[in-house]
Design a protein around this ligand. Sequence first.
Ligand code: SF4
Ligand code: SF4
Length: 325
Amino acid sequence: MQQNFFRLGAINLASCWEPMIHPAIRSLSFPPVPQVDCNNCRMVNAHLFPPHVKCCSRMPDLPNFLIGSLLVNGPETHGKQVVIDWISDRRTDPLYALVPPQRRQEESGLHSFKEWPVCPMYQDGGCSIYAHRPYVCMGYHCFFPDPPELYAFWNSLSTLLALISVCASQYLALQCGLVSENFRDAWGAFPDDETAWPNGQQMDPQLHQQLWDSLDEPKAFYQHCYQYILDHQDTILDELDQFRREQLVRFMGFEGHPDPQRAEKIKQQPKDPSPQGPDPEDHKRYMKELILGPDKHRWTFREIEGHILYYYQRVFQPNTPSLPA
Ligand code: SF4
Ligand code: SF4
């Protein structure tokens, strides 16, 4: 990880992503989609997004390891200063820089897209933290040209990046000293936005203090989350995979759907993905939902990677003899 950027097919990411992405996915060579051009945005041309902001109208949560990477490696841009100000302004917890309720209300209360507010990271027509942008900004927010599997490929790739982002932010926070019970208790004592964010923009000082109790101060903590990835480049992929597997088995218990067969399948999955078509229902979702966040599915890393390889072959290697039926 010598450079600050890592190239995954057609997209640039901060270099800390590289060891968290399976080599089978890292090795894919996929080009940009020629018809999807941010300088000639299809969604703006179709009057679905406003020209002043295009798809950069929603402020996304920024995970701890990207904040750390931005602080250590990020260029001195407007966006980096915004994040530094958020940290001073009690806008961050050990997992994320959070979107405060006042901003969420502004976003949800608008009727015409012409009023959409610009993401605070947007500057001079582009993203000022581009390599460090959150997962929700990494895939294209567009309608795609045919074949439909092209959309499914990008959607499953975005779904993988979303899963890595969410699992890594949780796992790294735990590795850097967060006690999950303390985190849950702190938020649980402030059950609604009004009490947790009294002025709509900053956390209650007591909540903030409880969230950070016994941890490093926020900037150092985020840098440690990032540093953990650097220090565990050879193992972080397996660590996150194991974390997800254990999490999924635990979820079955919490959610009241114990399924010993599924639990065994999760535990026994091989360490390398193989191309596999998603179930028909999942295939339909891949064809119509943009980026499935981990709250919307219960897949393992290997399963999503298998879906990516499956769609990749269908789009980019249609004559591959081993293509699954
Ligand atoms: S990613 Fe956003 S700006 Fe780029 S083409 Fe798609 S909708 Fe437009
Ligand atoms: S973080 Fe960057 S890419 Fe994402 S919405 Fe904001 S300006 Fe756009």
